[in-house]
Write a protein that binds this ligand. Structure first.
Ligand SMILES: Cc1cc2nc3c(=O)[nH]c(=O)nc-3n(C[C@H](O)[C@H](O)[C@H](O)COP(=O)(O)OP(=O)(O)OC[C@H]3O[C@@H](n4cnc5c(N)ncnc54)[C@H](O)[C@@H]3O)c2cc1C
Length: 397
């Protein structure tokens, strides 16, 4: 083996993609992944979809099989939560375990589900970030169970759709007047809410959960901010994420909402890089967090190039993500700026197959599609062409 010893802290998509990328780029030295989880890296998107539906076996969500790690010469070390980084000594410390030296370090510790104090510690409260979370939740999604989902974001809505498909009675509690309002604007948010309602999902919008306690029948009783109560057998919290940077408290790296990196993946410490959801990119527009599957993979590929001294590929992140719910494939890129108008350019919202542009001052800022991947691709390409920023290119060179 030759070349720098690469240590990757994390055990998700970004960790695995970084390891694969450095091998693709011809790196022959040591590559170690130190993951806090005790199961091999898996893909998270199915956790709120097919896996939660109990329609996928464990091996179908694995990012790589055991023989892939062997073939690529990647040392995957599970159950190794890293608790400290010494950027001067070039070491990381595993809890109760060894001090591991590195020549290049990649921080890919992702994020955790944001806790909601009012239900934290309640026996029937569930988060959804890990495969273990999904298995626990799947065990309670049974016919006739009452499920309260706090938070009408993508994960909350996917859980709602899956729970309905499993015969549960589902109520989504959303602080905003409609689910996903800030992400997709009022027209699309209303359309999506109507689709969910048509599938039997109930909504309590414009309210928050003020208190939680035991319901007389043994479930949870949620008291909402408008004074009403909602009883549920299980409460699923989907109110965003907290980037996993706590272990870096003493490392002296710049940490904001996440680990601050330039677009090529460099932190402000030599030989330390960031990839995936843990990262907030420093850009001319301020800090931009990584937060979706495609962006996490892209940032891993860029970090892999950079740490090997190669120019990072110009993979422009356009905020793309997809979501599958109620049998619909939703795709989004760009932004729905406040005040922008949603204009359907193909299909028809009434038929559940359409593509629309978010328009502000005659300029397209974002694209949203339902069950129309071809037209989405065309619109997305146009969006990217219109927004390709020379500044971003410069940072990546
Ligand atoms: C339920 C769910 C559904 C999703 N669906 C979609 C979707 O449909 N479309 C989409 O675009 N995106 C989706 N996403 C988002 C996507 O999965 C994430 O963007 C992606 O998983 C980020 O990968 P990551 O490796 O950066 O972080 P993570 O997946 O969070 O992985 C981080 C890993 O690091 C480990 N770790 C943390 N701290 C330490 C430490 N100190 N030491 C060692 N290891 C540590 C963690 O245990 C974890 O294994 C979904 C996410 C979830 C949770």
């Amino acid at each position: 083996m030759s070349g720098p010893r690469i240590v990757i802290v994390g055990g998700g998509l970004a960790a695995v993609r970084t390891a694969q990328s450095v091998r693709d780029l011809g790196h022959r030295g040591e590559v170690r992944i130190l993951s806090a989880e005790t199961e091999p890296p898996y893909d998270r998107p199915p956790l709120s979809k097919e896996y939660l539906l109990d329609a996928l076996p464990d091996n179908a969500i694995r990012l790589l099989g055991p023989s892939d790690y062997r073939a690529l010469g990647i040392e995957l070390e599970l159950g190794q939560p890293v608790i400290a980084l010494d950027t001067v000594a070039h070491t990381v410390t595993v809890a109760g375990g060894p001090v591991v030296p590195y020549d290049r370090l990649v921080i890919a510790t992702g994020a955790q589900a944001r806790p909601l104090d009012v239900v934290t510690g309640r026996a029937a409260a569930f988060a959804l970030r890990t495969a273990a979370d999904a298995r626990r939740l799947a065990a309670v999604l049974r016919d006739g169970r009452r499920i309260a989902v706090i938070g009408g974001g993508f994960i909350g809505l996917e859980v709602a759709a899956t729970a309905r498909a499993r015969g549960c009675a589902v109520t989504v509690i959303e602080a905003q007047p409609a689910p996903l309002l800030g992400t997709v604007g009022p027209l699309v948010a209303d359309w999506l809410q109507a689709r969910h309602r048509a599938h039997g999902v109930e909504f309590r919008c414009g309210v928050t959960v003020a208190a939680a306690g035991a319901a007389p029948d043994g479930g949870e009783r949620l008291r909402l901010s408008d004074g009403s109560v909602l009883d549920a057998d299980a409460v699923v919290v989907g109110v965003g994420v907290v980037r996993d940077v706590g272990w870096l408290a003493e490392a002296g790296l710049e940490v904001a909402d996440g680990l601050v990196c330039d677009l090529a993946g460099r932190t402000d410490a030599p030989d330390v890089f960031g990839a995936g959801d843990v990262v907030c990119h420093r850009t001319e527009h301020g800090l931009v967090p990584v937060g979706h599957w495609t962006a996490a993979g892209n940032s891993a590929r860029r970090a892999a190039h950079t740490l090997l001294g190669l120019p990072a590929p110009n993979l422009l992140d356009d905020g793309f993500f997809w979501s599958d719910q109620l049998g619909l494939r939703l795709q989004f890129a760009g932004r729905a700026d406040a005040g922008s108008e949603f204009v359907v350019v193909a299909g028809d919202m009434a038929t559940d197959s359409f593509v629309g542009h978010f328009l502000a001052e005659g300029r397209v800022s974002g694209v949203f599609a339902v069950n129309n991947p071809r037209q989405f691709l065309r619109s997305r390409k146009e969006l990217r062409a219109a927004h390709e920023s020379t500044t971003v290119r410069e940072v990546l060179r």
